[in-house]
Design a protein around this ligand. Structure first.
Ligand SMILES: [Zn+2]
Length: 73
């Protein structure tokens, strides 16, 4: 049964969050990929995470620029 091999959305979400901080084990990566392929909700969550990460990166750039401006003054 293929369905039995699939992780739950809860597990998939936990892996997506964990992936932001660390590399996943190969088995987790494969399981996550299968889940994202089969699930309708989790790819949206992944997109949100990626958007959030991009926003965070931009925010970091802004604060770094602020620091540079302050040093120039
Ligand atoms: Zn899911």
């Amino acid at each position: 049964m293929a369905m039995k091999m699939m992780m739950s959305c809860k597990q998939a979400a936990a892996l997506l969050v964990a992936r932001e901080d660390r590399d996943l084990a190969m088995s987790d990566r494969v399981g996550l990929r299968i889940h994202l392929w089969a699930c309708k909700a989790c790819p949206n969550f992944e997109k949100q995470l990626l958007t959030m990460r991009e926003g965070l990166k931009q925010w970091r750039n802004y604060t770094q620029q602020d620091n540079l401006d302050n040093e120039a003054v």
